[in-house]
Design a protein around this ligand. Structure first.
Ligand SMILES: Nc1nc2c(ncn2[C@@H]2O[C@H](COP(=O)(O)OP(=O)(O)OP(=O)(O)O)[C@@H](O)[C@H]2O)c(=O)[nH]1
Ligand SMILES: [Mg+2]
Length: 444
């Protein structure tokens, strides 16, 4: 038997309204105690109620909406109390609820109960969290896609094909005499189709990772070339310190901007040189680390150095663009000497910055964005990759030695099991569920 839980579902702090949610078997009982009302609340109706503490003192007057099981978010009896916001009132209501034996909900526990009541599968539950955490509209849209069950509908054919292959194979294990020999070509083409579908999903999910985790763009180069000036220009604010002294930026500084619907995090780094200063040395190590972890780089050079042939050989394993900064210091003739693969700008005065930003948008879009990208959590991605690996095993066995039908069917069953784990099942181990819901907010 589940207990009754409560939580503040709105952010803590100053605000017009706060919402306190209660879910579980004791909701009606606690409603009576809290409001001093004798009649049970009518479902889905806004009741104007007074809320009293355990000594009978009035805490607040507000609204309460009651949802009768199973027609609620959690599938259980549920109530939402709308009180005045701020620090004090919601806290007094919660304290009173605790006094009546209602337990504070753990993160995501309401959604976990929705899953356990069969209101949503795990893929949908996880997209609830993605929606709350979305930082761009595009992220939100892709998460909503999953919440509405559309992602599941796209994944369903995978299970269908696994089942078809299993049916063909099982029939031969059990009663080959009755059903005739295996149609090798047919099963093989099913395997191929399955592999293609899984690869396609993985490809789309890889793009989706950029959508949910963001794209890391490191701004790198030698000291004093204008990296911080460029960074500030892109952000439209004076975020990093800029001075004429080489070695100004020590720590990495980052800030997020939305580009083509993707959250893009720009990272300003310490200029790379042979430094003596111990603090600067640490900064340079951080620059190298930032570059290693980045998805994209902007390599900045001082144009006056460039035209003297002082260019560097770049060996980035990630896509990047090259920028020749400070072109305001060059005359027309010298500008022609800047190599063609550099975008010429003056970060200080803004010349060429529009072109640079357009190019950035273009590159970010082509490398990291896909219209049909899907957002999968690591758990789901791991499972999909697991399905693919089992299918590959089965296919290889099938191609090599068609007689090992039992082993082939074993791998297919394993694949099916991984697939089903994506959506979860009611008696899933508690540990697994806790891991999934631990990143949720309390009150969701
Ligand atoms: N003339 C001119 N000066 C610039 C331009 N961009 C930056 N500067 C100047 O160059 C100096 C260094 O700029 P920063 O942005 O601090 O350079 P940085 O690459 O971040 O330097 P470190 O942090 O030391 O590695 C400052 O005096 C800037 O005002 C530009 O486009 N034109
Ligand atoms: Mg700097």
């Amino acid at each position: 038997m589940r207990d009754t839980i409560c939580a503040l579902s709105t952010p803590v702090g100053r605000g017009a309204i706060a919402i306190i949610r209660v879910s579980g078997p004791d909701v009606i009982d606690v409603y009576r105690k809290l409001t001093h009302k004798h009649t049970p609340p009518k479902p889905r109706y806004a009741h104007l109620v007074s809320l009293f503490d355990r000594e009978g003192h009035l805490i607040d007057r507000g609204l309460c909406v009651f949802f009768k099981s199973p027609n609620s978010y959690t599938g259980e009896d549920m109530a939402e109390f709308y009180t005045h916001g701020g620090y004090i009132i919601p806290d007094l209501v919660l304290k009173t609820l605790y006094f009546y034996g209602i337990r504070q909900a753990s993160p995501g526990e309401f959604t976990k109960r929705a899953f356990l009541s069969g209101k949503m599968d795990l893929l949908e539950a996880e997209s609830v969290n993605e929606i709350i955490n979305a930082r761009t509209e595009e992220q939100f849209k892709r998460s909503l896609f999953a919440l509405k069950g559309n992602l599941k509908r796209e994944l369903d054919p995978i299970l269908e094909i696994i089942k078809s292959i299993l049916m063909e194979i099982e029939a031969r294990i059990e009663f080959e005499e009755d059903v005739g020999p295996l149609d090798r070509e047919k099963v093989l083409s099913l395997f191929v189709e399955l592999e293609e579908k899984l690869n396609e999903i993985i490809k789309r999910a890889k793009k989706g990772r950029y959508l949910s985790l963001g794209v890391q763009v490191a701004i790198v180069g030698s000291v004093n070339v204008g990296k911080s000036t460029l960074f500030n220009y892109i952000l439209g604010k004076e975020r990093s310190i800029v001075t004429p002294y080489a070695g100004t930026t020590r720590d990495t500084v980052h800030e997020e901007v939305e580009i083509s619907g993707l959250p893009v995090r720009f990272i300003d780094t310490a200029g790379i040189r042979e430094a003596q200063d111990p603090v600067e040395k640490i900064g340079i190590e951080r620059s190298k680390k930032a570059l290693k972890e980045a998805d994209f780089a902007i390599f900045v050079e001082d144009a006056t150095n460039l035209i003297q042939g002082k260019t560097k050989d770049l060996d980035f394993r990630i896509p990047f663009i090259k920028v020749a900064n400070k072109i305001d210091l060059l005359n027309e003739k010298d500008r022609k000497k800047v190599p063609g693969d550099y975008i010429m700008v003056s970060a200080k005065f803004g010349d060429g910055m529009d072109t640079l930003i357009k190019e950035l948008e273009k590159q970010v879009k082509s490398h990291f964005y896909a219209k049909d990208s899907i957002i999968l959590k690591s758990r789901e991605m791991g499972l999909i990759e697991g399905v693919l690996s089992e299918i590959k095993e089965a296919k290889t066995l099938f191609e090599r030695n068609i007689d090992e039908l039992e082993l082939i069917s074993y791998h297919l069953y394993e694949a099916e099991k991984r697939y089903r784990d994506i959506f979860g099942y009611i008696d899933m181990p508690e540990k697994v569920l806790d891991e999934i819901f631990k990143d949720f907010c309390i009150g969701k």
